[in-house]
Ligand binder design. Sequence first.
Ligand SMILES: Nc1nc2c(ncn2[C@@H]2O[C@H](COP(=O)(O)OP(=O)(O)OP(=O)(O)O)[C@@H](O)[C@H]2O)c(=O)[nH]1
Ligand SMILES: [Zn+2]
Ligand SMILES: [Zn+2]
Ligand SMILES: [Zn+2]
Length: 268
Amino acid sequence: MCNTCGCNITPGNKHFAYKPVEGGTTAVSVLKNLLAKNDDQAVHNRQHFDSHGVLAINLMSSPGSGKTALLEATIDALKHEFRIAVIEGDLETENDADRIRAKGVPAIQITTGSACHLDAHMVHDALHSLPLEGLDILFIENVGNLVCPASFDLGQHRNITLLSVTEGDDKPAKYPVMFRAADAIVLTKTDLLSVLDDFDPQRAERFVRELASNAPMMHLSARKQIGLDVWFDWLRQELHAQRDRVNQGKTARPKIQPEGVQLHVSTV
Ligand SMILES: Nc1nc2c(ncn2[C@@H]2O[C@H](COP(=O)(O)OP(=O)(O)OP(=O)(O)O)[C@@H](O)[C@H]2O)c(=O)[nH]1
Ligand SMILES: [Zn+2]
Ligand SMILES: [Zn+2]
Ligand SMILES: [Zn+2]
């Protein structure tokens, strides 16, 4: 069905995809249907989060950019201030969830098999195993992938895109869909800037602004604990905003990008 990367059929949505289809149904229409079903599920997930006053944040980046390391540093610093839980997405292994649990915070691992992103159905299955009652912030660490996760609403309120200095400062230009989906961008591993003299943070930011994005960019090193306060303040501010929305019966949707169909069906 997905003749580009095969990632559209996930453990969460395969019951929709493998229903008998009517004659003349194309891959594009099946995929559009899956994305519509995903969006319905995402709305339901967001209702779960809002009804418990939880702020849900989706972390996206290429593999190894430092998502789990940032979560570990965040939990170390904030676990007495906020009640935090994590949903971890990976193709295989329970490793990231084990790292989070070692910090004393509940974590649910979703192993996606061949699917290179999380979808709203997988997140729904996970969130019913989490103690949402009394939770302040739920982090969802998406599968390491700088393309597909940007097009799937999981029910989160905000998207964070991470860019590590080891990846090159041109990534916002080469992967515009992902960087346009970011409500905030985190430049990670800045402790390595002194040895990576070809990474220019200002150039990276210029590429982001060329995408007409005004997302704040935070520069930090989870390893060396540099620049983390700005990130923590952003989280505090977002949690405050989420509580105000909940009190007013409102919600917030992140900057999901609509390119999912085109990205996944090369014949479109
Ligand atoms: N120097 C340095 N290394 C870091 C930093 N943050 C993470 N790393 C290293 O980068 C590697 C990948 O970090 P992870 O936190 O596992 O990255 P991830 O994005 O969660 O990876 P996936 O879940 O596989 O996509 C590990 O070896 C980390 O120790 C940092 O701030 N500075
Ligand atoms: Zn894909
Ligand atoms: Zn990770
Ligand atoms: Zn439900």
